[in-house]
Design a protein around this ligand. Structure first.
Ligand SMILES: *Cc1c(COP(=O)(O)O)cnc(C)c1O
Ligand SMILES: [Zn+2]
Length: 398
């Protein structure tokens, strides 16, 4: 039901594989036709011009017309989004780069960009009447779900690998979530979630198994355009696990073109998916070493968020890389530690191993000539290193 407070221009959902429309005003998981991710559509012709953003609140909710929530009273927020876009002058000088910036998603509530997606998904869960939420997670998504469910007064169940640093498990318990530990990676946790939720009593908010986390994540794309005065970088480097950020940012760029917030002929950035050497399904598929990720075997990495061996959104990620002339590459755990040291010592940033991987990927692409030192480079640091101490303790010096 639409209420008087509705500002959202949400018009419906469609199957990302065959485009079959799905009604928006009810709880969905994957598409009924193909069991593929559902994507949200908006009536962009009635959205306001970008000048309407001036003076709005400094959170992702400043883009509320382009978000799915119908009634503002259902919003579950801890102030997520509008994270700083930081120039990296000392790093740039060291490597002879003209313009390198880092969007610091570690400054979000619960210390990662997962706050955006889970704020959105839990808001929608509340609006559409879910009894509670359940999630398989590599760490950060579980913490964010636990926090937003606590704020919404909804029960949360979090299933994570047993080897996940204790800080992630502990914080979930403080928020009152049920935490279950599983031997294996996130795909094994997903299997456990299916067992725990056979009756479908809880909303499964696994990456891309419900349509709204990506709508929160896409606000990174809106923000980096707005914060850069509507000029886009040449290249965006993103640490890809399940891929919602990569797919979401690209969706936002396309929406902004359709809205007229960006010129229709605007040159869009090349998108780079950065993975871990011990778990890089996308890199393997892109290189033609496997037809797809369905049988990929991953191993753990210090970048817990990248240990996603069989992402449901693989096809969508590959499409973004193809449309943007992007690429994918894998970084070793040792290189991530080197990147963490550089960003910490040169710029005062204690970034998650995933964020450090992105910087090390930029270095590799510069060496390979794929990236030029005079290009406008944007690094996405998706999280803070604080909860990863068990993985990196004592490695501050080489
Ligand atoms: C989850 C996570 C990622 C991967 O994000 P996806 O949206 O699954 O691609 C990267 N970095 C951190 C810190 C994460 O928590
Ligand atoms: Zn379909």
């Amino acid at each position: 039901m639409l209420t008087a407070t509705t500002t959202s221009r949400l018009s419906g959902l469609h199957c990302s594989r065959c485009r079959t429309p799905h009604e928006a005003a009810r709880l969905h998981t994957v598409s009924a036709c193909c069991a593929a991710p559902l994507l949200a559509d908006y009536d962009l012709s009635t959205a306001p011009p970008r000048s309407a953003l001036a003076g709005r609140e400094a959170s992702m909710w400043r883009y509320h017309e382009l978000l799915p929530l119908q009634d503002e009273a259902h919003r579950v927020s801890l102030g997520e989004g509008m994270t700083p876009l930081l120039p990296l002058p000392r790093l740039a000088a060291r490597y002879g780069l003209r313009a390198v910036q880092l969007k610091d998603e570690g400054q979000n509530p619960t210390g990662s960009f997962k706050a955006r997606g889970l704020s959105m998904a839990v808001s929608m869960a509340r609006e559409l009447g879910a009894a509670g939420c359940i999630i398989p997670t590599a760490g950060n998504a579980g913490v964010a779900l636990a926090a937003y469910c606590a704020r919404a007064g909804l029960p949360a169940t979090v299933v994570m690998p047993r080897h996940t640093p204790a800080a992630f498990q502990e914080e979930c318990r403080w928020y009152g979530a049920e935490v279950e530990l599983v031997d294996g990676l996130i795909n094994d946790c997903a299997a456990r979630v299916r067992q725990l939720n056979v009756a479908g009593q809880l909303l499964d908010v696994s990456t891309l198994k419900e349509p709204y986390r990506i709508e929160g994540k896409k606000t990174m794309g809106y923000e980096l355009a707005e914060q850069n005065d509507w000029r886009l970088p040449d290249v965006i480097l993103y640490p890809a696990g399940g891929g919602t950020g990569l797919i979401g940012i690209w969706k936002a760029l396309r929406e902004m073109q359709a809205l007229g917030w960006l010129p229709r002929e605007a040159k869009l950035p090349r998108m780079v998916a950065v993975q871990a050497q011990s778990c890089c399904p996308l890199v393997e598929t892109l290189a033609g070493r496997q037809p797809d990720c369905r049988h990929y075997q991953g191993r753990p990495t210090i970048a817990n968020g990248l240990a996603v061996p069989r992402p449901l959104g693989e096809a969508l990620m590959l499409q973004v890389l193809a449309e943007s002339n992007g690429t994918a590459l894998a970084i070793s755990d040792e290189d991530m530690l080197t990147g963490m040291r550089e960003l910490a010592r040169l710029e005062g940033l204690f970034v998650a191993p995933e964020g450090a991987a992105v910087w090390m990927a930029a270095r590799q692409l510069l060496t390979a000539g794929w990236l030029r030192p005079d290009e406008d480079i944007l690094l996405l640091n998706t999280g803070s290193a604080q909860k990863y101490l068990a993985n990196v303790q004592g490695r501050h010096a080489d």
